[in-house]
Design a protein around this ligand. Sequence first.
Ligand code: ADP
Ligand code: MG
Length: 262
Amino acid sequence: MVINGSGNGMLLKARGLTKVFGGLAALKDVSFDIREGMIKAIIGPNGAGKTTLYDLLTGIYMPDDGRVLFHDREIIGLTTHEIAALGIARTFQTIRLFTGMTVIENIMVGLHHRTKAGMLKSSLRFPAARREEAWMAGEAMRYLDVVGLEMQAENLAGSLPFGQQRLLEVARALATDPKILLLDEPASGLNTYETRELGEIIYAIRDMGITVVLVEHDMGLVMRISDEVLVLDYGEIIAEGSPESVRNDPKVIEAYLGSQLD
Ligand SMILES: Nc1ncnc2c1ncn2[C@@H]1O[C@H](COP(=O)(O)OP(=O)(O)O)[C@@H](O)[C@H]1O
Ligand SMILES: [Mg+2]
C-alpha cells in the first residue's frame, strides 16, 4: 500500500481500518484523508462505527487491520497519551467532566499535560510552580473565552446546564493544544440556539488553526459548516464529498430511511 508523503496538506490519513467486536465488524476497510484546516463531518446512522473510528484514532482500541498516519507518522500502536501529545484531542459522546471541580479546574487538568512539572509533582512552594499556575490560569481563561464560559470559571462543572457542560468539554480538549479536534456528537442535547452558537465556536476553533472532525447527527449543523462529509453505514464508507453531493446521494438517502434523523 502506497501512502504519499506530506506536501499536499494532508494532516491525517487512515488506510484500511478494520475493527471487529465479537465477530461483527464495526469498521470495514475504512480509508480517508483529512486535509489541514478543514472541517470534516462524519455522519451515519447509530451503530455505523463513528465512535469506534474515534477510538482507533485516539488509541483507545487497536484496529484489527489498517494504518493511521498523522503528519506522516504512524500512530497505531501508540498510547492514548502519546497520541494526545502529538496533537489529537477529542470529546466524548457522553460527557466526561469532573463535576465536583470548578469549570476552570476542569481546564487546568487538560493544561497540566503541557507543563513541565505535571500535576503530581507541582507544588506551590516553588516559584517556578507558582509561575506555572499563573500561566495555567491565564491559558484556561483563554480557552473558556473561546467557548463563551469565562463568566462561569469558578462555578462547579456539575452545576452548569447541559449545553454548557458540552462546551466545557470542548474547551478542555482545546487546552491540550491540539492540531486536530475530534468532536463526538457535540450538538446532542443542545437546543436550536445553542447549536447555532456551537457552529460559530467550531468556526472560531478552525480559525485558531485547528482542524476539526465533526461526528454529528444534526444535519443542519453538518450541512452548514462542513467542508467535506464522510458517510459511514454498517462500518463502511458509502459516500464522501461536499455537503451538497452527499445530501443528494441515493445511497445516503437510503441509509437514513426509517431513521429518526431529520
Ligand atoms: N466495546 C465494544 N464492544 C462490543 N461492540 C462494540 C463496542 N463498541 C462498539 N461496538 C459495536 O460497534 C458498532 C459501532 O458502534 P459505534 O462506533 O458506537 O457506532 P456509532 O458511534 O456510529 O453510533 C455497534 O454495533 C456497536 O454495538
Ligand atoms: Mg457514537
